[in-house]
Design a protein around this ligand. Structure first.
Ligand code: ADP
Length: 400
């Protein structure tokens, strides 16, 4: 038995979950949010209790100190030595990492070199890792990459049709994201695929960031996000795939800089941009119910994009045995699940069990009817447990 800490450091936040491994029992979890502000928020959940404090947290080092002090003060652990390994989520692993890697100088250098590909993320992940390293210098640490699961794509799936020398010189290719989630979901789905020789899965991670992955034999063959998480289906604030000439034309029309338009495509588009209401699908549904036409259009585009990708991946896989819904929208919204399944009825023979689907929130269940040609399931995702598993695997290797 060993306690391991899963860490997800963002530019202004630090999420954590302490696990007892190998049981995968969550001992405590929490979040330091609004790091860099005087009114930052520190939340910790343990033993069914939740403590929340508003206080200045000016950097990640202080957030880590708060967290570790809280663990001791609240009697969750007696000494920091009880934390035997840490695992850190890293968004971009580039061409270097097709699986998790122990943190050492080389790993750190490679993650650092990938900052231009994930400017909002990789830098923050390193700050988080270094803050932990300062306090727990001898504790083994593992880097778990969002892109690693997608490294099994074939060259024609990951290469963009731009001049080849650019692809090579600048490492431009489809890297995808949410890989840890898609891999977790495919592993959890094994129980639904017993007896199938080469299982074909289409995994839909539909949160405020959203991606769809085609998985064969538990390996990724195609994924919707591209060089960065901007590609693929429409999302809360991101465009997803669009004709690239829209970018240039917008720069010309608006006289905004390329960087400004790029930010608009990342932060002001998608549900938010089309509806003008919100990036949150709950608000979109509410506005649509009140007759808001743009909210209705935002939903129509979202469904269209999701269905297009599922159709594409059905062909790519040569069929499909299982469709998985997960993440914020996929886990909580029966309306979105139902609409998507209805859209797959005529072409793929998907039949949803409305009775099961309507009341289902955040709990694993089969949501398709017995008559459905493809089984459809809801599986809540758990990226942290994947990080904890890899941290524990590293620890076991070290102990040998
Ligand atoms: P991320 O991790 O990308 O921030 P999440 O997976 O947590 O996103 O998903 C958050 C999104 O899930 C919210 O923006 C909201 O759109 C959606 N969501 C959560 N609950 C519901 C619900 N009950 N109905 C519809 N959408 C929901």
């Amino acid at each position: 038995m060993a306690k391991v800490m899963a860490v997800n450091a963002g530019s202004s936040s630090l999420k954590f979950k302490l696990f007892e491994m190998p049981e995968e029992k969550v001992i405590c979890s929490g979040l330091a949010d609004r790091i860099g502000h005087k009114d930052a928020i520190f939340t910790i959940k343990y033993n069914g209790k939740k403590d929340e404090k508003v206080l200045p947290i000016l950097d990640h080092s202080y957030a880590v100190k708060l967290l570790l002090d809280a663990l001791i003060k609240k009697g969750i652990i007696k000494s920091l030595n009880e934390i035997k390994a840490t695992g850190h989520r890293i968004v971009q692993g580039g061409k270097y990492f097709s699986k998790s890697a122990e943190f050492n100088k080389d790993t750190e250098k490679k993650i650092e070199s990938l900052i231009p590909l994930a400017p909002l993320h990789n830098g923050a992940h390193l700050v988080g890792f270094r803050a932990f390293k300062k306090v727990l210098p001898n504790t083994p640490a593992v880097a778990v990459f969002d892109t690693a699961f997608h490294q099994s794509m074939s060259e024609e799936d990951y290469t963009f049709p731009i001049p080849y020398e650019y692809s090579k010189k600048y490492d431009i290719r489809r890297y995808g994201a949410h890989g840890t989630s898609h891999q977790y979901l495919s592993l959890e789905a094994k129980k639904y695929l017993k007896g199938i020789k080469h299982p074909k899965i289409i995994s839909c991670h539909l949160g405020s960031g959203a991606s769809i992955t085609a998985i064969k034999d538990y390996k990724c063959v195609a994924t919707s996000m591209g060089l960065t998480p901007l590609g693929g289906i429409m999302m809360g604030t991101r465009t997803g795939d669009i004709d690239p000439s829209v970018f240039n034309y917008l720069v010309t029309c608006t006289k905004k800089s390329a960087e400004e338009i790029y930010q608009i495509m990342n932060k002001k588009s998608g549900f938010l941009g089309v509806s003008g209401v919100s990036n949150d699908s709950r608000d979109i549904i509410a506005a649509e119910k009140k007759g808001n036409k743009r909210a209705h259009l935002a939903n129509l585009i979202f469904f269209r994009r999701v269905l297009d990708y599922i159709g594409q991946y059905y062909v790519r896989l040569g069929g499909c045995d299982l469709i998985i819904f997960s993440a914020g929208i996929g886990e909580n919204s029966d309306i979105y699940r139902e609409k998507i399944c209805e859209g797959l009825k005529e072409s793929l023979g998907v039949v949803i069990n409305k009775k099961v689907n309507t009341t289902l929130r955040g709990k694993e269940a089969i949501i398709s009817d017995k008559s459905s040609k493809i089984k459809v399931v809801l599986i809540p995702t758990d990226e942290e447990v994947m990080i904890a598993r890899d941290a524990y695997a590293l620890l076991k290797k070290k102990r040998k």
